[in-house]
Design a protein around this ligand. Structure first.
Ligand code: AMP
Length: 195
């Protein structure tokens, strides 16, 4: 993975900030696959695969799947052909350990930009409660939602400083209509990638 034409992106933000929706937009714009560890886990749970059975209870409880398992899944996914020209990660890395694992996978070709989608806790909890009605995700009960927010604050939020220090963080207000937020992300990312 050393082609200079690659676009390696990550979207980060609290559960419910709208990462999945915006990830699809970004991926289309830059012509890279959106890779969501959450989606991969949910597909496996739905298909009742061995991996799905392994992670089902963890996800339902809003806990993080063990790093060793998650890192392996991402490693495999990044080796698939469609990721040769770059990728947009959504939901990974989620803690410092996973950042180091990803650094190792990229063999020195670090991420080009990290989009932080900002949203306040009350707003995201309200959004997730609404999503629970629509999608019926097992981890969208109020208690589990609050737990996932806590885990984000404890384990994932520290990555913001880390990526800021690396000079690749772009911060975008996640509040507003989907198109508006998508436009904000596009201009912020274009500016970062032109650096
Ligand atoms: P998401 O769709 O990104 O909100 O992820 C849903 C759930 O999948 C999380 O609450 C975790 O249980 C699990 N998960 C997703 N990504 C990761 C990750 N990078 N590390 C550990 N667990 C993860």
């Amino acid at each position: 993975m050393s082609e200079t034409t690659q676009t390696r992106l990550l979207i980060i933000g609290p559960p419910g900030a709208g990462k999945g929706t915006q990830a699809a937009r970004i991926a289309e714009r830059y012509g890279v696959p959106a890779i969501s560890t959450g989606d991969i886990f949910r597909a496996n749970i739905k298909g009742q695969t061995e991996l799905g059975l392994q992670v089902q209870a963890i996800i339902k409880a809003g806990e993080l799947v063990p790093d060793s398992l998650t890192n392996e899944i991402v490693r495999d996914r990044l080796h698939q052909d469609d990721a040769a020209g770059g990728f947009l990660l959504d939901g990974y890395p989620r803690n410092v350990e996973q950042v180091h694992a990803l650094d190792g996978m990229l063999e020195g070709d670090s991420l080009d930009a990290v989009v932080l989608l900002k949203a306040d806790t009350d707003e995201v909890v309200a959004r997730l409660m609404k999503r629970a009605e629509i999608e019926g995700r097992e981890d969208d009960t109020e208690e589990v939602i609050r737990h996932r927010q806590d885990i984000y604050a404890e384990q994932t939020a520290p990555l913001i400083e880390l990526f800021t220090e690396r000079g690749i963080l772009v911060s975008v207000d996640g509040l507003g209509a989907i198109d508006e937020v998508a436009d904000r992300i596009a201009s912020a990312l274009d500016a970062q990638l032109a650096k």
